[in-house]
Design a protein around this ligand. Structure first.
Ligand SMILES: [Zn+2]
Length: 100
């Protein structure tokens, strides 16, 4: 019977998987023309990655959160998930109440 992977192993494999896929994507980016990158940014900037509708940026406690105007999805920029997880629970409650 196979042993259940430990949390550490799972964390390791998840990180490996992320690194592997990131490498593949970076290779693709290198081969992508500058014009194509510009076109994609213009097309997708501040658009919801799930439904494609406009995102609304809300600034709270120095954290900028993008909320979808249609599907209610919430998106964070690099470093913001860490910032949110460092908020005290009372602040976190207020934070979420903004988006209800
Ligand atoms: Zn959406």
């Amino acid at each position: 019977m196979a042993k259940k992977p430990s949390e550490k192993e799972e964390e390791y494999f998840a990180r490996m998987e992320f690194e592997r896929r990131k490498k593949t994507e970076e290779e693709k980016h290198k081969n992508m023309a500058t014009e194509e990158k510009k076109r994609l940014k213009e097309l997708h900037f501040m658009k919801c990655p799930k439904c494609g509708m406009e995102l609304i940026e809300i600034d709270y406690q120095k954290i900028k959160v993008d909320k979808c105007s249609s599907c209610q999805g919430v998106w964070l920029d690099a470093g913001e998930l860490e910032a949110v997880s460092n908020l005290e629970s009372s602040t976190l409650d207020k934070f979420f109440s903004i988006f209800r």
